[in-house]
Design a protein around this ligand. Structure first.
Ligand code: NAG
Ligand code: NAG
Ligand code: NAG
Ligand code: NAG
Ligand code: NAG
Length: 762
């Protein structure tokens, strides 16, 4: 089974597979004991002090037994932030939570992992080395991007170090080789300058590694996901990148000369909090510039300080490292995750490429489906609805979804089965095709009610169609006694639809945690993306996947380019550059729409809009935020000086802050979730373009709301100058639900326009 092509996408589609809740009440489980920034300094003595303190705490809850304490210990976090992970029962966890110095104690939760054409589609045409005409991005070589993912396949042509200089001198990372003398061993090169792996959390929770040969105990990628995401962001140019002949052409990442450090915290079934935290801790100390995390919690997300990605990214940002993350694949309103304002959270959109596989009905009609299946079917084959092939006590209705063992082999053998798939289907599309294969069928047509245009892998010749075309096929079958059809191999089609659109699966805002912060922040391509893969899976070197997991590294790549041009910029400056220059218009200059229903997209779908890589490199103006600003934000959201003190490790307090409100953060978007009569917020712009320039505000007010900007005109007289403006909202005719608008700042010159979305609810 493991070698069927269908298996290959299982991991990416994890978000669609229900994993049982691992609840454990009487017995013990792993907890994170998070202690904020804690003692500072990297000296051995301080490190020893920290370990001693953690030991004392653990021993205390184990009735003084040092032995038991050591047996329960899983990790120590002791550099950028402090705390530890240990196996505890509920009572012990509660006791620890009450000890001084502890910010939060939370159970170790498992997180899920949520091209190249895509760059041309976005207008980033560069040469093979990623040089953008008119801008020097040579400095990419000094930008180090850390990926917290499933590891990496260092021998992939996407990660060749041909012609690259040695790693930057400041780099403090490591290359863990893993088990010696096994195919698992791992070597870095001048492109992949670091590789580490984190197994403790996974091993403690899942009882060690099974015999599964794909699980390399090293930073080597057995899943493919990590190689895919890293190559989207920073892969080298590969002349003939394709998957089974699909998507043929040159492919590369956004910043092909940037360095890669792989932090493997994700294993075949997901990524545990305690491993993720250890990865963040090392990445911050190693000296990465950007961290890319294509994974996230299930929604609704827990508090910022009981979630490893929020905690890790907070400390990363405090150390000047931008964290780019995926919004999730749940599709629904309010399902976005990775909500912390210090992260750059990415939604998924389409490009203009699709993978099309036609169905030829025996009556001569051709119908269009989508697929990655390149099998050549030689003749027309008898075609029946799967409901007619029900086995044993399965009802025809159950069998119509091609559920595991619901098909009768005698009835299915040698035929094309028509199966259905809906949002609530218990099995992924790929596993459905494996059920069909096991029943001995010759092919399948999947009527997919999700309508998300994800081109699927099939274990048998197959294609998926929407409900409308599905009904045509069913009516053809009813109309004849011997219905048959032929599935043609998939082809690549370019420029098919007026993209980009927002993908149906991409998780939507508003933020369930802090509605004052708009999430997701920005959209990038995430549908049917071709990139590097791990040959440990089916010996494939490239693969096509869909998900916000693929959208995130598109933004990571551009963030690396921005960082290479402006090495001194803060994480929020880079984030602002990408957000304010994004576009809300598609290639036909109309508002971007959403799949599957074609409605106009709102900021809850795409945040500030679809990323524009070229404009992001020259934003003119940024909305900057410093660690102090995130502290004020925390004051407004956690209302607790003591925790704040522990988290940040300094003497900042909330009490003397006047504008303690989450909307006050200098964010490149404005969201007012509880507008009564009127409300004002201020924002500060920093000039990073021409020293002398003027910007004029053009308001597009949300329906029923009067919006004024004062002053309307801002004159800058030097590089780095800051100007503050106030945006006042007055309710005129209360709109129902959320209303959306924007403020555009128009300057002189070609590129000088930036936009901030406005989101209001009365
Ligand atoms: C792992 O190391 C052994 C011994 O050094 C070597 O023979 C083997 O080729 C290595 N495997 C890989 C995949 O690099
Ligand atoms: C499968 O179908 C055949 C032919 O209709 C029938 O004889 C057999 O009992 C069925 N088996 C199951 C398990 O339903
Ligand atoms: C074939 O059948 C389909 C579905 O019933 C129908 O829409 C189509 O017109 C038919 N084509 C021809 C050539 O009869
Ligand atoms: C915090 O305040 C204490 C007591 O006033 C002082 O000793 C310490 O240096 C301060 N710490 C920081 C990080 O400013
Ligand atoms: C909103 O603007 C309109 C048009 O300028 C004006 O008539 C109305 O009184 C304003 N409403 C409020 C609440 O300011």
């Amino acid at each position: 089974m493991a070698s069927s092509p269908g298996r290959a996408v299982f991991f990416l589609l994890l978000s669609l597979v229900l994993l049982g809740d691992l609840c454990c009440c009487s017995c013990s489980q792993v907890y994170v004991v998070y202690m904020g920034k804690g003692l500072q300094g990297d000296s051995d003595r301080q490190h020893d002090d920290v370990i001693r303190l953690h030991n004392q705490m653990l021993t205390a809850v184990h009735d003084g037994s040092l032995e038991k304490a050591q047996a329960s210990h899983v990790y120590t976090y002791s550099s950028s932030f402090q705390g530890f992970a240990a196996k505890l029962n509920k009572e012990q966890a509660t006791k620890l939570a009450e000890m001084p110095g502890v910010v939060s104690v939370f159970p170790n939760t498992k997180r899920r992992l949520h091209t190249t054409r895509s760059w041309d589609f976005m207008g980033l045409s560069t040469n093979a080395e990623g040089e953008v005409p008119g801008l020097s991005t040579k400095n990419q070589e000094n930008v180090i991007v850390g990926f917290i993912d499933t590891g990496i396949w260092p021998e992939s042509p996407s990660f060749s170090d041909h012609g690259m200089p040695p790693a930057p001198k400041r780099w403090r990372g490591q290359c863990q080789r893993g088990e010696a003398n096994s195919p698992s061993n791992f070597t870095c090169n001048r492109k992949i300058i670091g590789g580490r792996y984190y197994l403790n959390g996974y091993q403690t929770e899942e009882g060690g590694l099974s015999k599964n040969a794909f699980k390399f105990v090293s930073p080597r990628d057995s899943s493919g996901h990590g190689s895919h995401t890293a190559s989207i962001a920073a892969g080298r140019f590969v002349r003939n990148m394709n998957y089974g002949g699909l998507g043929t052409g040159g492919g590369r990442g956004g910043a092909p000369l940037a360095r890669i450090a792989a932090y493997k915290a994700c294993w075949d079934s997901g990524c545990y909090d305690v491993d993720i935290l250890a990865a963040f801790n090392d990445a911050i100390r190693d000296g990465v510039d950007i961290i890319s995390v294509s994974l996230g919690p299930d929604y609704p997300q827990g508090d910022y300080f009981s979630d490893a990605i929020s905690i890790g990214s907070f400390h990363a940002t405090s150390n000047g490292i931008l964290v780019v993350s995926s919004a999730g694949n749940a599709g629904r309103q309010g399902s976005a995750t990775n909500l912390a304002p210090w992260m750059l959270t990415v939604a998924a959109g389409t490009t203009d490429r699709s993978f099309v596989s036609y169905i030829r009905l025996a009556n001569g009609t051709f119908l269009m489906g989508e697929s990655l299946s390149t099998y050549h079917m030689k003749t027309s084959i008898r075609t029946i609805p799967a409901s007619e092939a029900n086995a044993g006590y399965f009802t025809p209705y159950q069998s119509s979804f091609c559920l595991d063992s619901s098909l009768n082999r005698t009835k299915a053998r040698g035929k094309i089965l028509i199966c259905r798939h809906t949002k609530g289907s218990p099995e992924s599309r790929v596993s459905t095709s494996m059920v069909v294969k096991e029943a001995g069928a010759a092919g399948m047509i999947l009527i997919d009610e999700m309508g998300d245009h994800v081109a699927n892998h099939f274990a048998v010749p197959g294609t998926s169609v929407g409900r409308e075309i599905g009904n045509k096929i069913l009516s053809y079958i009813k109309s004849t006694r011997h219905a048959s059809s032929m599935i043609l191999p998939a082809k690549t089609i370019l420029g098919l639809r007026g993209g980009p659109r927002i993908a149906a699966f991409s998780s939507r805002g508003p933020s369930s945690l802090t509605p004052e912060i708009l999430k997701p922040d920005v959209a990038a391509p995430g549908l049917n993306i071709l990139a590097a893969w791990s040959p440990a899976k089916n010996n494939m070197h490239f693969n096509i996947l869909s998900g916000t997991s693929m959208a995130c590294p598109h933004v990571t790549g551009i963030a690396a380019l921005v960082k290479s041009i402006y090495p001194s910029w803060s994480p929020s400056a880079i984030k602002s550059a990408i957000m304010t220059t994004a576009t809300v218009l598609n290639k036909r200059r109309r508002t971007i729409t959403t799949d599957p229903d074609g409605k106009a997209a709102t900021p809850f779908d795409f945040g500030s809009g679809f990323m524009d890589p070229i404009k992001a490199l020259n934003p003119g103006i940024i909305f900057d935020a410093q660690p102090e600003d995130y502290r004020s934000f925390l004051c407004a959201t956690i209302h607790d000086d003591h925790s704040l003190h522990l988290i940040t490790g300094d003497n900042s307090t909330c009490t003397h802050r006047t504008s303690s409100c989450a909307s006050a953060l200098n964010y490149p978007s404005i969201t007012i979730p509880y507008l009564k009569k009127s409300y004002s917020v201020t924002r500060t712009m920093t000039n990073v373009g021409n020293p002398r320039c003027t910007y004029r505000a053009v308001v597009s007010a949300p329906r029923g709301i009067n919006v004024t900007v004062t002053p309307e005109i801002l004159n800058f007289e030097s590089y780095g100058a800051k100007k503050t403006f106030t945006v006042s909202f007055h309710v005129d005719v209360p709109p129902r639900g959320y209303a959306f608008g924007s403020i555009s700042w128009h300057g002189h010159g070609r590129n000088a326009r930036l936009t901030m979305p406005l989101v209001v609810k009365v």
